[in-house]
Design a protein around this ligand. Structure first.
Ligand SMILES: [Zn+2]
Ligand SMILES: [Zn+2]
Length: 248
């Protein structure tokens, strides 16, 4: 009998499994209750051939159709893999991970993200969106790095946790328009001086918890491409579809 089998029932008696979002009892120690699962929105098809933005059901489009934002500004990335669309439930999960120190949630969130990354194998590098060291020091961990580590394990890919670095602390971007965000971020994100060689010619998954305006991820994608990355796919847990909605 494995140690975990011996321990789990006793643990369940002491801490009956509860849904981390609403406190309802659940069947397992890690996982949401049925009602909260039902609130998560998984983006489906048909979707934009460039960024995966869902067009909504009932829309009939040819393969490779591109959404209006991608037509207006062709993205530098090579696709967005979003586990869920940003709503009240995914927001609560992200906030619990970010501020509530619910590190146990990462496993479940990373599994949802990994299912959207079927094409990733051991040839790919997994790089998290970096946190400035002051913020890292205050929070104690980078939630994007936790997700990246789990995704790398699940897909058998190589984690390069410090592939990107923040050279300067940037204010929270919430409330800033897209031009202001780009200005604030210019020069803020760079390739780690010792990681440039390992990124050249590689395919990279850039990992973040939430994808909002894309200003931060765009700065990361640009830095990775300048370093010679062949492809950069963005993976996020929750994707905000209305760029005007400033959330965090
Ligand atoms: Zn629940
Ligand atoms: Zn698009």
């Amino acid at each position: 009998m494995a140690l975990a089998d011996v321990l789990t029932p006793a643990l369940d008696l002491v801490f009956p499994p509860r849904c981390p979002l609403c406190g309802e009892g659940t069947a397992a120690q890690i996982g949401l209750c049925g009602a909260c699962w039902g609130q998560l929105v998984i983006p489906g098809d048909p979707s934009c051939g460039r960024c995966g933005r869902p067009f909504g059901s009932g829309v009939h489009l040819s393969d490779g159709a591109v959404c209006a934002p991608c037509l207006a500004h062709p993205p530098r990335h090579d696709g967005i893999a979003a586990a869920t669309l940003y709503n009240d439930t995914s927001r609560k999960l992200v906030l619990a991970l970010k501020h509530g120190r619910r590190i146990a949630l990462t496993g479940m969130m990373a599994r949802l993200m990994a299912t959207k990354l079927a094409q990733i194998d051991e040839e790919w590098l997994i790089v998290p969106v970096p946190l400035h060291r002051w913020r890292l020091w205050r929070r104690g961990y980078n939630q994007a790095a936790l997700l990246a580590a789990d995704i790398a394990k699940l897909r058998g890919a190589r984690l390069v946790v410090d592939g990107l670095v923040r050279r300067k602390a940037t204010p929270t971007l919430g409330g800033l328009g897209s031009k202001a965000r780009t200005r604030v971020l210019s020069g803020a994100i760079a390739i780690h001086p010792r990681r440039g060689e390992s990124i050249k010619g590689k395919r990279v998954v850039l990992v973040d918890d939430v994808l909002t305006s894309g200003a931060t991820s765009n700065a990361c994608v640009s830095a990775l491409k300048r370093a010679g990355a062949e492809k950069v796919v963005i993976a996020c847990f929750a994707r905000v579809l209305h760029e005007a909605l400033d959330v965090m």
